[in-house]
Design a protein around this ligand. Sequence first.
Ligand code: AHG
Ligand code: MN
Ligand code: MN
Length: 327
Amino acid sequence: MKRITLAEYLYSETHTRGECSGRVADVIKGVALVGKIIYRQVRWAGLENMLGETGAINVQGEEVKRLDEYSNDRFIEVFQRNRLIGSMISEEMGERLMIDGDPLAAEFLMTLDPLDGSSNIDVDVTIGSIFALFQRTGGFDNGEFRLPRGEEMVACGYVLYGAASYFVYWMQGFGVCVFNLDMPIGEYVLITNDLKVPVESSIYSVNEANYRKWAPDTQKVVDYLRAGREKSTGRYIGSLVADFHRNLLKGGVYLYPGEAENPEGKIRLLYEAAPLGKLVTMAGGKASTGRQNILDIIPDTPHQRCPTILGSAKVIEEIEKIYAEFK
Ligand code: AHG
Ligand code: MN
Ligand code: MN
């Protein structure tokens, strides 16, 4: 079998396609480098006293794990060095980080969940890093540097840290690519460059312990997924990135709905729902709040949340019909 590494693939596919795709490709290479560094640390964390909490609380009010902080720092380090990113919005940083102080100097904004799956970090269950890259076309609204809209995304994806490491991304003008880390040679190697998610599936992934907190529309949706379809299988890892990856490959739907008292739910728009939403859409699936396409949401704040439903198109269309009954 011929092995095509990420660097070889990006060079052969992007160098003929004009300036911008070459620079996006350079960012993709940077993410792969950070991914390898984090995967190494995840595998050694138990030996190097890197499990557990730092003692700090992040802007979400959640305890910061040592590996959350480590992962955030590695993204900053690599992208500060290669000067491709003008600013970063990360789950682990309250404010947008301006790289070199001038957000207009570089071409891209990056949004980041440096390490997704907090509750699984210390127990050797799959976790990952999620990113999106936005073209800095907008400039200022009302004197404020405005937050990006879905259509400004030029790349997105995730690196998965599990029994193996996978790097899955989409960049503008290409299909969804899957690379698998070949550890001894230290390279991500191409598996496919045109991944499609099955349109139908029996798999649904939701934390059903939240059932009593949901409004009747969401309860009806989950009742339908559990018992109203011809076949039904529940799978919930509790790391969005890992649940998403399984459903992307096998078909399925991930849901983190809003709750009656907390209608936006838990998942953050700019660095969780939108990047994975764009990726699954480019793989032929859907990204919905139940009532709206996630990619149509215009963000007001960097850490804003949204009800999140990602996965197989046909199942999500059925879910949207149920929500529509409740208008
Ligand atoms: P993070 O670790 O980046 O804070 O995200 C955690 C998210 C997501 O990965 C996962 O799907 C969800 O939290 C799980 O939440 P519950 O424990 O409420 O099911
Ligand atoms: Mn997360
Ligand atoms: Mn996180």
